[in-house]
Design a protein around this ligand. Structure first.
Ligand code: AMP
Ligand code: MG
Length: 288
């Protein structure tokens, strides 16, 4: 094997197979410390992240170039996970490989009073990426079948209808040329405790700590059920879910990098053709 390039060799199973939501990765039995499909260790994982991040960056540049010339295709990464699962780190360390000009990032928190007056998909539709963009959602419309369900923010008669609404909404999005990469991130209860403790112990992490996060911990089983239902009801052929164990950050990051590369490669992109005559322009340039 070439010394400088590890390529995708350490993957014994392609990520899209190893992580696709199904019977083999039920939430209740999931090993959040696992590294499905991957044989390497942390050192290899970290090296791979740099290498494959470069590949991701090249592909994204092509997507951006296509968008600049009128192509309306886009990729949207949806990150859904409990607090401390590493959503922010995913944005920094995976999406961080690509040119920020081509990234359209949106984070969804507790809906504002204005958002509350609208349908739950209103704020989501407004944030969808334009052609050529790599969109990133840090939380999403799925909060409306997760926290909204577990915390009884709306009655069951309301949230239970949302799965179909979401499927229909996503079907339309995919129809307009946006590829959805839906990533469900799972951290174990123990690892979450460790990460929350770190947020309390380190001055540079206090800003990340939210006392409410601790209040969600006893609700873990209810969240697990809600996550499982979400996966069962909204993992479709056109917008499948991927279940990513996140106790090892290096693993979750290379896994999502591969999912994005896969999505971009699936678009079969090419550099856009020039809208001018190259020979004429060379001559003009030489004479200028
Ligand atoms: P963070 O991502 O740490 O900034 O936290 C955002 C908070 O907003 C989390 O506690 C989410 O559960 C909450 N949140 C996001 N979307 C919704 C929603 N649609 N309804 C209620 N809470 C939400
Ligand atoms: Mg938080």
């Amino acid at each position: 094997m070439d010394d400088d390039t590890t390529d995708a060799m350490p993957w014994h199973t392609p990520v899209i197979e190893a992580l696709r939501a199904g019977d083999h990765n039920r939430v209740a039995d999931l090993d959040a410390n696992g590294t499905p499909g991957f044989d390497g260790d942390k050192a290899l994982g970290e090296r791979l992240l740099e290498e494959r991040g470069g590949v991701l960056s090249d592909l994204q540049e092509m997507l951006y170039a296509c968008g600049r010339t009128g192509d309306n295709r886009a990729v949207l990464l949806i990150l859904q996970g409990m607090d401390t699962a590493g959503k922010g780190g995913m944005v920094r360390h995976v999406v961080g490989h690509v040119d920020p000009q081509g990234v359209d990032h949106a984070a969804f928190g507790v809906p504002s009073p204005e958002e509350k007056r609208h349908h739950f998909l209103w704020r989501i539709a407004k944030a969808l990426p334009r052609g050529g963009q790599l969109g990133v959602f840090d939380r999403s419309h799925y909060e409306d079948v997760l926290v909204a369900r577990v915390r009884n923010l709306v009655p069951e008669s309301v949230w239970s209808k949302r799965y179909d609404e979401i499927n229909q909404f996503e079907h339309e999005i995919v129809g307009t040329g946006t590829v959805l990469v839906k990533v469900a991130m799972f951290v174990s209860l123990d690892e979450q405790k460790k990460r929350l403790r770190e947020r309390l112990e380190r001055r540079d992490k206090h800003w990340k700590y939210n006392p409410n996060d601790v209040s969600e911990r006893p609700l873990w089983p209810a969240y697990q059920d809600a996550y499982q239902d979400m996966l069962d009801k909204t993992s479709t052929d056109y917008a499948p879910w991927y279940v990513v164990p996140c106790d090892r950050k290096w693993y979750s990051r290379i896994a999502v990098t591969e999912l994005l590369i896969e999505a971009l490669e699936g678009l079969d992109l090419d550099w856009p053709a020039p809208t001018f005559d190259i020979e004429v322009e060379k001559r003009r340039l030489a004479e200028s």
